[in-house]
Design a protein. Structure first.
Length: 487
């Protein structure tokens, strides 16, 4: 992969987060002054969405009422499991983590006319044409398939294989959405042969680091996927463990990785060369100063803050013992099922799916400037937040969490839950997919409302939210009056 960090690309990727993540570190007085919605005691009542009540809304593509959204919001579905993609491959299942990586024809590496024709966009790149905003958003999307047949055949350039290991049905696909014309343009295969590509993280150099959530033989790695295709060579020095997500600090190039396991750690990868993960680096695990092996998955009051240190993982390939065991032996902290992660402006946010007082989830903030870790949210019950999975920082300074209730079925459907800078949660959207007829031969009629949300991410201009429903496997582009609230 070409890891040259083009300034246009860096600016493009950071536009959507500017002014967002950093506001969490401000005082309550500063928050109230900067926020464009009421604070505690104002019109934003506990648990009540500032966008108004949600109702079934018709999909602009199929006409089906697939989502519940506030009035004024519209959405377009695309790329269901089994649909034929632009490269002739049928779309794999289990849509999961996702991010915007670039804007078509804006990158420093321009696709040629044949590439464009193959993608079915109808756009011809002209050599020497200056980069300019086009409105055509490129996303990379994970597929959490397990062991099994490759979803795409005869593509050795994007297929990971491991001698004596297990073949994977997972991988990634790329998509193009035109924000100006409000339509999906293309989708294609970008990485194959991997297992349980759950989440990952967007990079400042215009790619998606996709993570394998497994410790199966020959797997458990991170792979780099660009705006056209992925690199099938794993980034082994980033560690072999049950990866979930990661986030990159664009100011330093340091990468923070979450581990989805009962006993899990937060890891830091320090590359030898910023933006060039393939050239190696050092892996570390978070520990709390003066509190060896502190269990952070248990209840800790909101606002709890600790000074952190980082202990080395000398065997990131886990040839002798797991990365977690290595870190724990040196006093590393324990979390309970770390999952989603996203970088704001100066701080990063990650969550524990079933940690906290009620086992319904915690949200942590990490500040590299002060080397501190803070609990910024603890779900008191499933009504407030039910086992969050993926997370994203929103353009207006809040967090948006994807529920994965793991069969709790507390609500009629799984939700997208907003978390404001004031610590209040509200339901923004709900899964309403209940098909009375087969969508296609791989999506039978069934009630899918309890299927998890995944892959929430915003366009850099803040006008579009992209998200997935994992099963039956479908991607949505959502737009509406965002300025009415904090997302």
């Amino acid at each position: 992969m070409d890891h040259v960090i083009n300034e246009d690309r860096r600016t493009f990727l950071r536009r959507g987060a500017m002014g967002a993540g950093a506001v969490w570190a401000l005082s309550l007085k500063e928050l109230s002054a900067r926020a464009n919605y009421p604070g505690p005691g104002g019109a934003l009542l506990k648990g009540v969405s500032p966008y108004g009540p949600i109702r079934p809304k018709k999909d602009e593509t199929t006409g089906l009422e697939l989502l519940k959204l506030p009035d004024g919001f519209r959405y377009w579905s695309y790329s269901w499991t089994g649909d034929e993609m632009s490269d002739g491959v049928r779309c794999p299942n289990l849509h999961d983590g996702m991010a915007v990586v670039d804007e078509w024809q804006r990158s420093d590496v321009q696709p040629d006319a044949d590439d464009e024709d193959a993608l079915g966009t109808g756009v011809v790149a002209r050599p020497g044409q200056p980069a300019r905003p086009t409105g055509r958003i490129v996303l990379v999307r994970n597929h959490e398939g397990g062991a099994g047949d490759l979803y795409v055949a005869d593509r050795p350039d994007i297929t990971y294989t491991t001698p004596g290991g297990v073949v994977g049905h997972g991988g990634t696909t790329n998509l193009v959405f035109d924000t100006r014309r409000r339509e999906w343009l293309a989708s294609w295969s970008s990485l194959a042969g991997t297992i349980r590509n759950c989440a990952g993280g967007v990079t400042p150099w215009g790619s998606w680091l996709t993570c394998e959530e497994t410790d199966a033989a020959g797997h458990g790695w991170v792979f780099d996927v660009g705006f056209r295709k992925g690199n099938a060579t794993p980034l082994i020095e980033m560690g072999r463990f049950s990866h979930e997500a990661l986030m990159v600090d664009p100011d330093t190039g340091l990468v923070y990785e979450t581990e989805d396991a009962g006993n899990s750690g937060l890891y830091k990868f320090v590359p030898y060369r910023n933006g060039h993960m393939d050239q190696g680096g050092r892996l570390y695990m978070l520990a709390i100063r003066g509190r060896a092996n502190l269990d952070l998955g248990k209840f800790h009051p909101i606002g709890s803050r600790w000074s952190v240190r980082w202990v080395p993982i000398d065997d990131p390939l886990a040839l002798t013992e797991s990365c977690y065991a290595q870190g724990a032996a040196l006093g590393g902290a324990r979390f309970s099922r770390l999952e989603g992660a996203w970088w704001g402006v100066h701080t990063g946010y990650f969550l524990s799916t079933n940690g906290g007082s009620a086992g319904e989830g915690q949200v942590f903030e990490y500040d590299p400037r002060s080397e501190t870790l803070t609990v910024i949210y603890d779900a008191p019950n499933a009504n407030s937040l039910d086992n969050p999975d993926n997370i994203t920082v929103t353009p207006r300074g809040s967090l948006l969490l994807c529920e994965d209730a793991a069969g709790n079925q507390f609500t009629e459907g799984e939700r997208l839950v907003g978390l404001t800078v004031h610590g209040e949660t509200f339901t923004f959207a709900m899964n309403n997919i209940n098909l009375s007829a087969d969508y296609n031969d791989l999506v039978p009629a069934a009630d899918y409302r309890q299927s998890e949300w995944a892959g929430a991410c915003f366009s850099p201009d803040g006008n579009w939210l992209f998200a997935n429903i994992q099963t039956p496997g479908v991607t949505f582009a959502i737009t509406g009056p965002w300025s009415r609230g904090p997302l």
